[in-house]
Design a protein around this ligand. Structure first.
Ligand SMILES: C[S@@+](CC[C@H](N)C(=O)[O-])C[C@H]1O[C@@H](n2cnc3c(N)ncnc32)[C@H](O)[C@@H]1O
Length: 155
């Protein structure tokens, strides 16, 4: 996706040449490398965005927790749009059933990640702001059950 990122960010006026865009080649789970590119000890990261990515990263729960606690600054926000483990037992059963085969075929993508709950469980969020929403018009029994969310880290 790096070429696409460069294309859309350039259209918005950001570029690596100008020092206004930084694209890292490491995985999201490589927190020490990410931190090594950011000014410490408190990185000025005000927004973490994940779009259909948590399903594919190794150790997703630990990675989410580390990114929020170590990389995101107080007052910063997490925005996400992910397909997640369904709240319905019957749908969740099928998601768990298909995940071993699905993840082999689709580059490690898992259908059984409760990403929205993992993010909420990190805790320390500003109460009464943000939240989690569904995808408009999406049926409940969908194997790709999406959640959209926004959380703000307490200062
Ligand atoms: C289903 S694709 C979604 C791509 C894009 N976000 C979109 O919505 O079209 C999953 C993405 O997860 C990325 N990915 C896989 N492993 C990753 C990791 N360890 N850290 C960060 N991203 C990873 C892949 O490069 C891929 O772009």
């Amino acid at each position: 996706m790096h070429a696409e990122l460069r294309r859309v960010t350039s259209a918005a006026g950001y570029s690596e040449d100008a020092g206004t865009l930084l694209i890292l080649s490491c995985g999201a789970e490589d927190i020490s490398t990410i931190l090594s590119y950011l000014p410490g000890p408190h990185p000025p990261i005000d927004t973490l965005i994940s779009i259909l990515t948590i399903c594919s990263i190794p150790s997703p729960q630990a990675t989410i927790c580390a990114l929020i606690t170590e990389v995101l600054k107080p007052g910063g926000q997490v925005l996400f749009y992910e397909h997640v483990l369904s709240d319905r037992k019957d749908v969740a059963w099928w998601q768990r059933f298909w995940t071993p085969l699905w993840s082999i075929v689709f580059g490690g993508c898992r259908l059984d990640c409760p990403a929205h709950r993992w993010i909420e469980d990190v805790g320390g969020w500003v109460q009464g702001e943000g939240g989690v929403w569904g995808k408009e018009g999406e049926p409940e029994e969908h194997l790709f059950w999406h959640r959209v969310g926004r959380y703000i880290k307490a200062g």
